[in-house]
Design a protein around this ligand. Structure first.
Ligand SMILES: NC(=O)c1ccc[n+]([C@@H]2O[C@H](COP(=O)([O-])OP(=O)(O)OC[C@H]3O[C@@H](n4cnc5c(N)ncnc54)[C@H](OP(=O)(O)O)[C@@H]3O)[C@@H](O)[C@H]2O)c1
Length: 332
């Protein structure tokens, strides 16, 4: 039995289970010459997939209605008719939300479960780690002694950004949505301070208290009012790295926000968005640095692992409720 998840409707506002359709097929897949048969092992759910569910113009093409959704997947090669792959090997790539599928092997990367847990290739040793490292180093341009604040701090990207900044000698403050996450940022990830945006009565004042010397780098994963509060604390020549804006991904109307220009002008500050693929030529050096830090115990990570193919849509939706800590993956 092969199971597939299709996009049934383009979500209006927050996605609901009715936007997804499950299909079960009682067929046997047989790869042709040059192809491989893959069994899905881990599926990555990511906030950016929300953008692809909409047909608004973006950097990535929208998912097609009534076609499988796809994202980062780790899969096992169970049959190989392609000399580049052996049965029993694991691969990672953009694959359909299916329990089993045939592939030509194009754009798949082999991953080694002996070197790191397989799920890590969807997180710290995959897009998450690359986004954190390259966004921070290429746009944030961190210098030892500076102060960095990161929103979505206990999430996949945010928790890595803060640790990298600590490795580079910065003072690091995190913003997250629960007291448990705030505690974890300080106890597990070595952040100097952390703020719960859900209980703070005055985010701008709380940031000022946590960062008496002001903010030199803001790594923004969430946008919206949290990011407005950071602007009041940005230093001269500060850098604002726009990685994501999850707080507005489900908005049906344009969000009301303060005007950023006076803050940027007054402080000669830089604000720049990016997509990790902008820095593709730097992936090998970034991967090497991340793997080195991981091996040396200078980086750690946490994951939220949801079990079961049928729970993929729910796991995706839970990202918008802050139900994950670290990278959210679904184990099949
Ligand atoms: N530019 C790129 O190339 C690139 C690549 C990867 C990811 N991203 C972006 O980076 C951001 C983080 O992605 P991720 O994969 O690491 O996801 P993640 O942070 O692991 O998961 C999402 C987290 O966002 C927080 N959140 C949800 N709704 C929120 C709201 N309304 N206000 C504030 N926080 C909210 C939740 O944490 P709390 O409990 O703290 O609210 C949740 O756990 C996303 O915006 C994503 O789109 C960008």
């Amino acid at each position: 039995m092969i199971q597939t998840i299709l996009l049934k409707n383009r979500p209006k506002g927050s996605p609901t289970l009715s936007d997804f359709e499950f299909v079960k097929e009682d067929t046997k897949l047989t790869p042709k010459e040059g192809e491989i048969l893959l069994d899905t092992v881990y599926v990555s759910v990511d906030p950016y997939l929300r953008g692809r569910m909409s047909d608004a113009k973006s950097y990535a093409a929208p998912f097609e209605l009534n076609k499988p959704i796809y994202s980062g997947v780790v899969a096992k090669v169970t049959v190989s008719k392609n000399d580049n792959f052996k049965e029993g090997e694991f691969v990672m790539g953009m694959l359909d939300w299916k329990t089993q599928q045939v592939s030509s092997g194009k754009d798949l990367m082999k991953v080694d479960g002996e070197k790191a847990p397989l799920s890590a290739y969807l997180g710290i040793l995959g897009m998450t780690g690359l986004t954190a490292y390259l966004g921070l180093t290429q746009i944030g341009k961190p210098k030892a002694g500076e102060t960095l604040i990161v929103s979505g701090a206990a999430g996949a990207v945010g928790s890595v950004v803060g640790q990298i900044a600590k490795n580079l000698g910065l003072t690091v403050i995190g913003i997250a949505g629960t007291d448990e996450k705030v505690d974890l940022l300080k106890s597990k990830f070595g952040f100097d301070a952390a703020i719960n945006y859900n209980t703070s009565k005055d985010m701008s004042a709380d940031i000022a208290k946590a960062a008496p010397n002001g903010i030199d780098i803001y790594f923004d994963n969430v946008g919206g009012p949290i990011s407005d509060a950071v602007l009041f604390n940005i230093n001269q020549f500060g850098r604002i790295v726009n990685c994501g804006a999850i707080s507005v991904y489900n908005n049906t109307e344009l969000p009301k926000s303060i005007s950023v220009q006076p803050f940027l002008v007054k402080n000669s500050a830089l604000m720049q968005g990016f997509i990790v693929s902008n820095y593709e030529e730097k992936f090998p050096e970034a991967m090497q640095q991340l793997a080195e830090w991981l091996a040396a115990g200078k980086l750690t990570y946490t994951e939220t692992v949801v079990e079961g193919f049928e729970n993929i849509p729910k796991a995706f939706m839970d990202l918008f409720e802050g139900k994950n800590t670290g990278k959210m993956v679904v184990k099949i």
